[in-house]
Design a protein around this ligand. Sequence first.
Ligand SMILES: CC(C)(COP(=O)(O)OP(=O)(O)OC[C@H]1O[C@@H](n2cnc3c(N)ncnc32)[C@H](O)[C@@H]1OP(=O)(O)O)[C@@H](O)C(=O)NCCC(=O)NCCS
Length: 176
Amino acid sequence: MCSYQPAPAIKTDRLTLRAPRAEDASRIAALCGDFEIPRMTTRMPWPYRLEDAQGFVGRMANANPDQDKVFMVEHPADGAIGAVGFHTHERHPELGYWLGRPYWGKGYATEAVRAALAWTRDGWKRKVVAAGHFADNPASGGVLIKSGFLYTGDVLPKHSVARGQDVPTRMMVWLA
Ligand SMILES: CC(C)(COP(=O)(O)OP(=O)(O)OC[C@H]1O[C@@H](n2cnc3c(N)ncnc32)[C@H](O)[C@@H]1OP(=O)(O)O)[C@@H](O)C(=O)NCCC(=O)NCCS
């Protein structure tokens, strides 16, 4: 028995956002075995192994649903292509996301993030969501701006596990 807390499935024009499943781990490991993904996140290790993906899926299955929610982003032809989620470690949930490289540049991240934010407002009843992107990741800044985030003006050093160093991070906020 597992104490799975499934997130609701959300449909967008081209994608479905759904709860992670144990069988997603191999796909996650394959897509995140590209340094360009872990290096743009704070928490992903490098190298990114199957055990890391299994650990991620397991943690999410047992996460406190008031604090953490993650959705796999599913493409109708290709299955899981990425993830979008929220992690609450301070006052407000903080948004994070990634897509496998073959799926960049098609507007998928913006589509998934907008849908996830609508759920935080309407389903999770959150009023404020925080986000930050590394200053050398303008594509992520583009996603956040197009999704309605505003820059707070704070640029904070955030540790990237994959890079093994702190990276200047431009902080943003979204109000429901
Ligand atoms: C960031 C990421 C999710 C973007 O995914 P994506 O599906 O390509 O994003 P979208 O197509 O929805 O939008 C990206 C926007 O940024 C813009 N953009 C892309 N590269 C850019 C650059 N170098 N400079 C400025 N803007 C850029 C795009 O033009 C697009 O805007 P447009 O639709 O107005 O043209 C993807 O690159 C990724 O997974 N990267 C690795 C992990 C990561 O960075 N996660 C976020 C951590 S904060």
